[in-house]
Ligand binder design. Structure first.
Ligand code: PXL
Length: 433
């Protein structure tokens, strides 16, 4: 997914396009940027603004839209009328989600739009917006309505919608211990509240609108998109850090290293020569766990499994926490005794492969499903848990491989265990191929 942020450069990387690139990247979207203005600012004060010329704004947009398929656009700082009109001309026929974040003032006091550009902002940019995300101050400024009651809040949102925005979200309304967003859709209005977190910060508004764009570009309904953005922004404020001498900068720590490594390892796995020969009838799952998983919900796996398609192997589904049942259950049991083991994959059993493995320096264990107590057999998924527990009961070191030879109606199976998906791939390449 490619997302474009049109906005100002903030050299502290707390807000503006730098912040948006970080947010998009953390969500595995590719971030493109068009710079409307260069600001000089840090966490204590706001310095100069140098707007970009109309020509270079147009050229940046042309360069990007002629090359990339863009899935969504966020518009932040636009500064002057020339830039506003240029953006309008370039984007007026676009049929993708556009989130307009009407930034007016920075937390450190800089004016992010010229006063005499407000009229054109309303005339040209608000009508482009799928969603506009003013905070209370920005909503009051745009609507010229003081928000001090539910009625005035609704009137302000309605007035902004009347300027041409499809949906309006007035963000960050503070009540006792909650922070509430008011959402006005075309035929629907509601509020979404979350825990309040009081930390003066630089970046939360940008984090919110950038994640909102990400969700909308993924086709997620506005209500769910707002919930996601609120949670993401809450976390970014909770993790905010004092990086400069002034106010805190929000931190995006949404990067899922587990997902990244498993994705990479699965890509390697499907490319191993002749690997299709090791995919069992019930197909393969490849899992990677968070530290000390308490349930399979903390273990990432392929929801639709890795399947054999002729002489090749394809990933049929998405990576999801809870996406694997059996291999994940096996891993939980293994991880309880050997906490360093966090990844596993199931492969097709054959006597030949076990004979071959026995000649190598690996720890192999097995279990016999015929030894399994009846009470366990009748319970779904407890078989594999029992089997692994049984197979490792006398081991001092973690095994590389556990197999069983099947049972009536149950396919025999091999499970390869390792600390990480990368070392699972290493084991498969060294031992099986
Ligand atoms: O958070 C609003 C914002 C957007 N864009 C730029 C900014 C700021 C706030 O400082 O500097 C460039």
């Amino acid at each position: 997914m490619n997302l474009l942020s049109i906005g100002g450069s903030d050299p502290s990387s707390g807000a503006g396009i730098q912040s948006d690139v970080k947010t998009f990247d953390s969500l595995n979207a590719y971030g493109l940027t068009v710079i409307t203005a260069i600001t000089g600012q840090n966490t204590s004060s706001f310095g100069m603004i140098q707007p970009a010329s109309q020509k270079i704004v147009k050229n940046q947009i042309d360069s990007i839209i002629s090359d990339f398929k863009i899935d969504g656009i966020k518009i932040g700082m636009v500064y002057n009328s020339e830039i506003i009109k240029t953006i309008y001309k370039e984007l007026k026929n676009k049929k993708i989600p556009i989130v307009v974040d009407p930034v007016i003032k920075s937390t450190t006091g800089g004016l992010l739009i010229e006063r005499n550009a407000i009229k054109d902002f309303k005339k040209f940019l608000i009508p482009l917006s799928t969603v506009i995300t003013p905070n209370k101050f920005e909503a009051e400024f745009l609507s010229e309505i003081k928000i001090d009651s539910k009625k005035s809040l609704q009137r302000a949102a309605k007035k902004i919608q009347g300027m041409g925005a499809k949906n309006v979200i007035i963000t960050g309304l503070e009540t006792n211990d909650q922070i509430t967003d008011y959402i006005l859709e075309q035929k629907n209005q509601y509020t979404i509240s979350g825990k309040k977190i009081l930390k003066t910060n630089h970046g939360s508004g940008c984090n919110y609108s950038a994640t909102l764009l990400f969700s909308l570009a993924n086709g997620i309904h506005l209500k769910e998109a707002v919930k996601f953005s609120k949670q993401f922004t809450f976390n970014s404020i909770k993790n905010a850090k004092k990086i400069g001498h002034g106010i805190l900068i929000t931190q995006i720590k949404n990067k899922d290293d587990i997902r990244e490594e498993l994705t990479h390892a699965i890509n390697e796995f499907v490319q191993i020569k002749n690997i299709y020969k090791f995919i069992p009838e019930c197909q393969t799952n490849f899992v990677f766990s968070k530290k000390s998983p308490r349930s399979i919900k903390e273990i990432l796996g392929v929801s639709g499994r890795i399947v054999k398609t002729g002489n090749s192997v394809t990933v049929a589904g998405d990576l999801e926490y809870g996406g694997s049942k059996h291999v994940a259950t096996a891993l939980i049991v293994m991880n309880k005794k050997f906490p360093e083991i966090c990844s596993a994959i199931n492969l097709r059993y054959s006597e030949d492969i076990i004979l071959k493995l026995r000649k190598k320096r690996v720890i192999i264990s097995s279990y016999d499903r015929n030894d399994e107590p009846k009470t366990i057999k009748n319970k779904d998924r407890s078989s594999v848990g029992w089997g692994i527990k049984h197979a490792i009961r006398n081991l001092k070191n973690p095994p590389d491989i556990i197999y069983h030879k099947g049972d009536f109606g149950k396919e025999p199976m091999i499970i390869v265990f390792a600390k990480t998906p990368t070392s699972v791939i290493e084991k498969i390449s060294n031992l099986f191929i």
